[in-house]
Design a protein around this ligand. Structure first.
Ligand SMILES: *Cc1c(COP(=O)(O)O)cnc(C)c1O
Length: 495
């Protein structure tokens, strides 16, 4: 059955999946949502002898119904290939009575690779299907991680260019090195004199510049974004929750039909929403455990029904979760408002206006699938150390937030169901915080000394992504003032 997409703020119009992927965001500012969540066609038992790519096809074909079998399989095969350092794509590792779903085996050793390695292919396929002949120019502002994952995903994808702006003095040395050494003759990385907000604001201005849009169009270019609200990033994430259930079944860890819990370290609410969609497709998931760091807006929301961003922004050791506006939550709000776009639009307007909104009791009742909690900096570090000492397994800071929250959940509820914890980054990506958590003596070592030390402790080879940047030449050294971003883009495109 066909799935169409409508906006969370105006549901009078529908578009096909490929059009939603091309647009990213709806014109009214809303997010595209499927008009229904399809059920899995094959039983989980039937899926249990399939590999990751095959399961990806079984899941994604149900959402991207205007893609042909060939188109979708091509996208999947191009995305989940030797860029990943394991055939399994997303291994499931058992440690201390939980299963860690390692989503960090792609090009940039963080889970954003799972979606950003397929998005470029979904996008150019969508362009072709809709007779868009312009070259797609991806424009992104990044505080570090998304930029690199997007660069790696779009590098050398025909019919696209990618331009990434980052705050010259606002990302970690490893993050900067990862970006400025990016290969691919369609990639452009520019440091700006300014902070992340300046980069973000500059990109938004360029996107809404009508004159520039026309100039681009005349020369055969159009802009798009690799933003996490694109359904082309959401749908590929549903796959790994189906996959992890199927894996547990295959390995005899669970009975067919047995319910499991899922814990997700959450920032923008994309990953956990994908788990919610997987549950709605028929995967027997009981609780969706939403783990936050000290930026605990979501924990407060699940507890009180009030979403309130008016608070201090905390810089933590899990920076990819340092977020006060979780954009993808809007899709859940729309859903618990009984798909009432008007009601949702009112709440989102309140968020823009006042920085907060409050849901009704009826809406709150529908959040029963979710459990929210948070871990502070100390609890996060303690959990890394504890798990390492108990099992030898070393997790990154984001995964540690999830793991610490899971400990709290178990202590509070006594729920002993089998549980999958989304492991969203390799510990090698946040080496300093991880090693400091294990022992303060590591503090004096250099970044690359720590990498080797971690490799020894964890008994894990240094990932290629890290090995490469030790010696890789700097390819991108453009710096511009924050007021010159548009000129820089025009220069790159030869306008
Ligand atoms: C982006 C990110 C998250 C948060 O994921 P959302 O889908 O935004 O909730 C968690 N961990 C890591 C390592 C990330 O990069």
């Amino acid at each position: 059955m066909e799935v169409l997409y409508k906006s969370t703020r105006d549901d009078s119009k529908t578009v096909q999946a490929s059009q939603a992927i091309l647009k990213g965001l709806s014109e009214d500012g809303g997010l595209f949502v499927p008009d229904h969540i399809p059920s899995l066609e094959k039983s989980l038992r039937e899926l249990s002898d399939m590999e990751y790519r095959e399961i990806a096809y079984e899941v994604m074909k149900l959402f991207l119904t205007d893609f042909t079998e060939q188109e979708l399989k091509d996208c999947i095969n191009k995305a989940y290939d030797s860029k990943f350092d394991t055939e399994e794509i997303a291994p499931l590792v058992e440690a201390d009575h939980a299963y860690y779903l390692e989503l960090f085996h792609g090009a940039t050793i963080a889970f954003k690779d799972m979606a950003l390695s397929i998005l470029p292919h979904l996008m150019i396929t969508s362009a072709r299907k809709n007779h868009v002949e312009d070259e797609i120019v991806i424009l992104t502002a990044t505080s570090g991680d998304t930029g690199k994952a997007a660069l790696a995903g779009f590098a050398d994808v025909e019919g696209t260019k990618i331009i990434v702006f980052y705050p010259k003095n606002g990302v970690s040395p490893i993050q900067e090195k990862q970006m400025v050494t990016q290969k691919g003759n369609n990639t452009y990385v520019i440091g700006i004199h300014g902070n992340f907000d300046d980069a973000q604001t500059g990109v938004k201005q360029i996107f809404s510049d009508k004159d520039l849009e026309k100039e681009m169009k005349d020369r055969g270019f159009c802009f798009s974004s690799a933003n996490s609200i694109n359904i082309g990033r959401l749908v590929p994430q549903i796959v790994y929750y189906v996959y992890s259930y199927v894996k547990l079944l295959q390995e005899g860890k669970i009975e067919d039909g047995e319910t499991i819990n899922v814990v997700v370290p959450t920032g923008n609410f994309g990953n956990i929403l994908a788990a919610f969609y997987a549950k709605n497709m028929g995967v027997p998931i009981d609780k969706l455990i939403c783990a936050s760091n000290e930026n605990k807006v979501l924990y407060d929301f699940f507890r009180t029904g009030s979403y309130d961003r008016n608070r201090d922004f905390m810089l933590t050791s899990s920076p990819s979760m340092d977020i006060l506006i979780s954009s993808n939550l809007e899709r859940l709000i729309y859903r618990i408002a009984e798909n009432d776009a008007k009601k949702n639009a009112e709440l989102m307007a309140a968020l823009t206006r006042e920085g907060s909104y409050h849901i009704t009791e009826e809406m709150k009742v529908q959040l029963a699938d979710f459990y929210g909690n948070y871990a502070d900096e100390q609890e996060t570090a303690d959990r890394i150390k504890e798990l390492y000492e108990k099992t030898g397994y070393i997790i990154d800071t984001h995964t540690a937030v999830a793991s610490a929250v899971y400990q709290k959940y178990k202590a509070e509820t006594g729920d002993g169901k089998k549980t999958v914890i989304a492991s969203t980054a390799s510990p090698f990506k946040f080496t300093r915080s991880v090693m400091n958590a294990i022992d303060a003596k590591y503090d004096s070592m250099s970044d690359f000394e720590l990498v080797d030390e971690l490799s020894g402790l964890a008994n894990v080879k240094v990932p290629k992504a890290i090995e490469e940047i030790r010696s890789a030449p700097v390819i991108h050294d453009t710096i511009c003032d924050k007021s010159k971003m548009k000129e820089t883009v025009k220069e790159i495109l030869g306008l």
